[in-house]
Design a protein around this ligand. Structure first.
Ligand SMILES: [Zn+2]
Length: 480
C-alpha cells in the first residue's frame, strides 16, 4: 500500500510539475511584430513590410489579413510553405527572408493591383504570429495591427497652355495644373519622363500652388510619332494621364565626313589620355585605336557624366529672355550631324555630333548664353576644358574645347558673363566652341533657344497666359 501511495504521490508531483511547465511556457512572450510599411495610406500600389523577432527565427504560424468592414482578405499565410528563409510564394511577390539570427522580414505588394477587393475607405492590416515553446508542445501567439486609409482617388491633371509645336531634336514647354499639389507630375515622351516644377522664377507672373511648368524634348533619335502626354502620380501609386494638343516637325539631319589625319591624332589623343588616367586603352602609342576608344567609349562615358549633372538643377527658371549666341561666330557643324570618320580613305567610325561648333577667333572670350549657376568647370575628356551652366528646371548649356575656364562650380553667372576663352582642347581639330543645350541631361538643339521669336511664342507666351485668373479648382474627396 505504501508503495502505491508513493507512486500516486510521484505521479501527482509530475503532473503538477508538467502543469507548471505548461503554464510557464504559455506565459512566455510571443514573436515581436513590427509593421514598418505601410505607414498610413495604400492605393493602387503599396508595400507591406513586417519585421518579426523570434528566437532562432522559428515560427509556428504567420498570418496577415486585411480587414475592410466585413471583408477579410488573407494576404499571407505561412501554412503550406517550406521552412522560413528565402522562400517565395508562387504567384505572388511575397517574400519571407531571414534578416539576422532572430529576425524575419516579410514583404509583399499590398495595393489594389494585387488585392482587387480593396475599396476606398478605412482598413486594418492584422498580423498574427506564433512560435513554438516547450519543445514544440505549445505555441505562444502575438498580434499587431495597423489602421490605414485606402485611397484610390487619382490626382487631377489639366492642361493650361495651348499651341505646342515640337521640333524633332528640340524642346517645348507645357503649363498645367495638378491637384493635390504634392504629387509627382510631368511630361512623358516615350520612355522618358520630364518632371514638372511648381511655377517659380523668372518670367513667372502667378503664384498658383497647383500650377506646373514642364520643359520636355523629343530627342533627335526618337520617332516623331512617339506618344507624348502628361502624368501625375501620388505616393499611393494612383496615376492620372492627360493628353494635350501638339504637333511634331520631323527633321532631317545632315551627313558629314570628317577626315582624320595622323597629325590630328598626334595632337588630340595624348592630352585626352593624360588628363584621364582612369581611362585605359590597350596601347597608348596606337593613336588610331586609342582615338576610336575615345570617340566611342569615352564619348559615352562623358554623356553619362553630363546626364548625372542634370540632377544639379534649380527648381525655378533662372534664365531671362533668349539665349545669346557666341558673338560673330560661324557655324561649322550643326546639331545631330551624322558624322562618318575617314582615315587614309577608309571609313573608321560613325558618331552623332550633338551640338553646334561655333568658331570666331583663337582666344576670343566665351560668354554665358544666359543667367544660371555653374555646375561643371574644368576638364571633360572629349570636350576638353568645359563649362556647364544650369538655367533651372532641367535646362542647361554646355561650352566645350575652351583654352581656359574662368568660373567655378556653384558660381552664379549672368547672360554675357565671360566664362573663359576659346580654344581647341579635347577632341577638336581647330579653334571653336562646342555649344549645346541640355534638357534633363540629353542634348537638345540650341537653335530654338537663340531665337527671340521662338522663346516668345513657345515659352514666354505660355507663362504669361498662365498668369490669367485660374478656373475654380476641381473637388477631391479623399483625405490625403
Ligand atoms: Zn562639336
Amino acid at each position: 500500500m505504501d508503495f502505491m501511495k508513493k507512486l500516486i504521490g510521484i505521479i501527482v508531483l509530475l503532473a503538477i510539475a508538467a502543469g507548471i511547465a505548461w503554464y510557464a511556457a504559455g506565459r512566455q512572450p510571443g514573436p515581436l511584430i513590427a509593421i514598418t510599411s505601410p505607414q498610413a495610406v495604400i492605393g493602387h500600389s503599396g508595400d507591406l513590410s513586417v519585421q518579426i523577432d523570434t528566437p532562432s527565427g522559428k515560427l509556428s504560424s504567420l498570418d496577415v489579413v486585411l480587414e475592410q468592414g466585413t471583408t477579410r482578405v488573407p494576404v499571407f499565410s505561412l501554412e503550406g510553405r517550406g521552412p522560413a528563409g528565402g522562400t517565395a510564394e508562387q504567384g505572388t511577390a511575397s517574400q519571407l527572408v531571414r534578416q539576422g539570427p532572430n529576425r524575419l522580414l516579410l514583404s509583399r505588394p499590398i495595393g489594389k493591383r494585387e488585392i482587387p477587393q480593396l475599396v476606398q475607405g478605412n482598413a486594418q492590416i492584422i498580423v498574427t504570429a506564433s512560435r513554438p515553446v516547450l519543445f514544440g508542445y505549445r505555441r505562444v501567439q502575438s498580434t499587431a495591427s495597423r489602421a490605414v486609409t485606402v485611397d484610390l482617388t487619382p490626382p487631377i491633371i489639366s492642361v493650361v497652355s495651348t499651341g505646342h509645336y515640337i521640333n524633332q531634336g528640340g524642346s517645348e514647354l507645357v503649363v498645367y495644373r495638378v491637384s493635390p499639389a504634392n504629387v509627382a507630375s510631368g511630361v512623358q515622351v516615350g520612355p522618358y519622363e520630364y518632371p514638372g516644377y511648381p511655377a517659380s522664377g523668372a518670367h513667372i507672373v502667378t503664384h498658383d500652388p497647383g500650377l506646373r511648368v514642364a520643359f520636355f524634348a523629343l530627342l533627335w533619335n526618337q520617332d516623331p510619332n512617339t506618344p507624348i502626354s502628361l502624368y501625375a502620380r501620388d505616393d499611393a501609386g494612383n496615376e492620372a494621364h492627360a493628353t494635350f494638343d501638339y504637333r511634331v516637325f520631323p527633321k532631317a539631319f545632315r551627313h558629314s565626313r570628317i577626315n582624320i589625319s595622323d597629325s590630328f591624332l598626334q595632337k588630340v589623343v595624348p592630352p585626352i589620355l593624360q588628363n584621364n588616367p582612369g581611362f585605359k586603352v590597350a596601347d597608348p602609342s596606337n593613336l588610331l585605336a586609342s582615338f576610336l576608344r575615345i570617340n566611342g567609349d569615352l564619348r559615352r562615358e562623358d554623356a553619362a557624366e553630363i546626364a548625372a549633372l542634370a540632377r544639379d538643377t534649380a527648381p525655378e527658371i533662372l534664365w531671362q529672355g533668349p539665349f545669346r549666341q557666341l558673338v560673330d561666330s560661324a557655324v561649322e557643324a550643326g546639331f545631330a550631324d551624322q558624322r562618318t570618320y575617314v582615315h587614309d580613305g577608309e571609313v573608321i567610325d560613325h558618331q552623332v555630333h550633338l551640338g553646334y561648333d561655333l568658331a570666331s577667333t583663337a582666344g576670343a572670350p566665351v560668354y554665358a548664353a544666359n543667367r544660371g549657376r555653374v555646375v561643371h568647370a574644368g576638364w571633360l575628356d572629349i570636350y576638353g576644358n568645359c563649362v556647364i551652366i544650369d538655367h533651372g528646371m532641367g535646362l542647361q548649356s554646355l561650352y566645350g574645347h575652351m583654352a581656359s575656364v574662368e568660373v567655378k562650380v556653384g558660381q552664379m553667372v549672368d547672360k554675357g558673363t565671360e566664362i573663359g576663352r576659346e580654344g581647341e582642347t579635347g577632341l577638336a581639330g581647330g579653334y571653336h566652341v562646342h555649344f549645346t543645350m541640355l534638357l534633363d541631361g540629353n542634348a537638345i538643339t540650341p537653335i530654338d533657344w537663340w531665337s527671340p521669336k521662338w522663346v516668345q511664342d513657345r515659352i514666354l507666351r505660355k507663362l504669361e497666359e498662365a498668369g490669367a485668373p485660374a478656373p475654380p479648382a476641381a473637388g477631391r474627396t479623399a483625405s490625403r
